[in-house]
Write a protein that binds this ligand. Structure first.
Ligand code: HSE
Length: 398
């Protein structure tokens, strides 16, 4: 018999309202929203005010509410709500990738201690069911890598710059108006949101808890039309591609870097707010997931799927963590990168192992060379403020 769910919903923004619509159109699910807790008292709401409260304890202390659905923006407040709910024995569904990625170890432990379900499919790649697939389907074959496009806003910006020649700031504004971007859009364009999602994927793909601070992350905020045109001339698009790869022995490596994608590759036609995930392994070779990565209804549908999973007491078992096949996170891996720069001094800190191409122009220069990720990590903090852009060529090299 499925459990009947009474939901306590935190947040009634884009995703909260999206979930409400999706829930209203679903007749088979034994779940109803009991109360909604919001912050802003002045906002006009589109449903009866009887649902709303401004006091989180009205939801957390209500014994009738057996599932907390957390869809607020503030990651610290979300953490406090989610942990309080689990300690009271309530199951939790969340879409908050920052909160999940930054506290993953504690939250998994708390879920075990309190014997609750803690589900977060909607936190990672919107409507694409990647977490449950990694957990349930890919539970035996060792994955070579998981990579893709995990951030809808930056992909929207790259797509519109490429196809319509629009400038960065105006397309970022569009992504904000469409409700794709974070309240602080630097999380999107600097690759941080994509990194959070990579951290969550890595736990389910390889069983390791990784501190977000340890992952090299370079987003798209420094991109110029020169980079877009260079890519176009070579038959590429530029996409922001978070990647986790199995290295030798029992190690994995991770990074979030823009990447050249050639026509015919899975990610080439993943445009606008769409996301795509490629899983690679020895026997099944490559598999590709495609779907909307941002927006109220796509994300709401992933939240609904987790709510539905709670009706049959589903919880993640963290199978890869228990298998312990992967033991270490390493940043000792080589990448071939395109580096567009302005002043020669901009490249002095890069410790290239080899360089295969140089170009000096009147306004822009670039080079293509091989670098160790360890060396990029050492200079990570200095990169954004310089007039440079980095793209992983994705090419194999000797
Ligand atoms: N800002 C996020 C994105 C929302 O653009 O992908 C979905 O997580």
């Amino acid at each position: 018999m499925k459990t009947k769910l009474k939901l306590g919903l935190f947040g009634y923004g884009i995703v909260g309202q999206g979930l409400h619509d999706v829930l209203n159109s679903n007749s088979g699910l034994r779940a109803e929203i009991a109360r909604i807790c919001v912050k802003d008292r002045s906002k006009k709401r589109r449903i009866s005010m009887d649902y709303f409260t401004y006091d989180k304890n009205d939801l957390l202390n209500d014994p009738e509410i057996n599932l907390i659905v957390e869809l607020i923006d503030d990651a610290d407040e979300a953490f406090s709500i989610v942990t309080a709910a689990m300690k009271k024995g309530k199951n939790v569904v969340t879409a908050n990738k920052k909160m999940v990625a930054e506290h993953l170890k504690e939250l998994v432990q708390l879920q075990e201690e309190t014997n609750t379900s803690f589900l977060y499919e909607a936190s990672t790649c919107g409507s694409i069911p990647i977490i449950r697939n990694l957990e349930e389907y890919y539970d035996n074959e060792m994955l070579y890598s998981v990579r893709g496009i995990f951030n809808g806003s930056s992909n929207y910006i790259l797509s519109k710059m490429f196809s319509d020649g629009k400038d960065f700031d105006s397309v970022l504004k569009e992504a904000q108006d469409l409700g794709y971007a974070e309240t602080d859009p630097s999380l999107d364009v600097d690759g941080i949101d994509a990194k959070y999602k990579l951290i969550i994927i890595t736990l389910h793909a390889y069983g390791l808890f990784i501190d977000p601070k340890d992952v090299f992350t370079f987003g798209i905020s420094n991109i110029s039309n020169y980079d877009i045109n260079y890519a176009r001339e070579k038959g590429f698009k530029i996409k922001l591609v978070p990647t986790v790869t199995k290295l030798q022995d029992s190690d994995i490596g991770m990074h979030v870097i823009p990447r050249f994608i050639s026509n015919g590759k899975f990610l080439y036609n993943v445009d606008n707010e769409y996301n795509g995930v490629i899983a690679e392994a020895a026997f099944f070779d490559k598999q590709f997931f495609y779907g909307k990565g941002a927006g109220g209804h796509p994300t709401g549908s992933a939240v609904l799927s987790d709510i539905s999973a709670c009706t049959y007491d589903y919880k993640y078992e963290y199978k890869k963590k228990n298998q312990q096949a992967i033991k270490n996170y390493s940043s000792d891996l080589l990448l071939e990168i395109y580096l567009r720069y302005h002043d020669k001094s901009d490249i002095k800190d890069f410790n290239f192992k080899s360089v295969s191409e140089y170009y000096y122009g009147s306004k822009h220069n670039f080079l293509i060379g091989v670098i160790n990720l360890k060396d990029l990590i050492k200079i990570q903090d200095k990169l954004k403020s310089r007039d440079i852009f980095i793209v992983n060529t994705g090419r194999k090299f000797d």
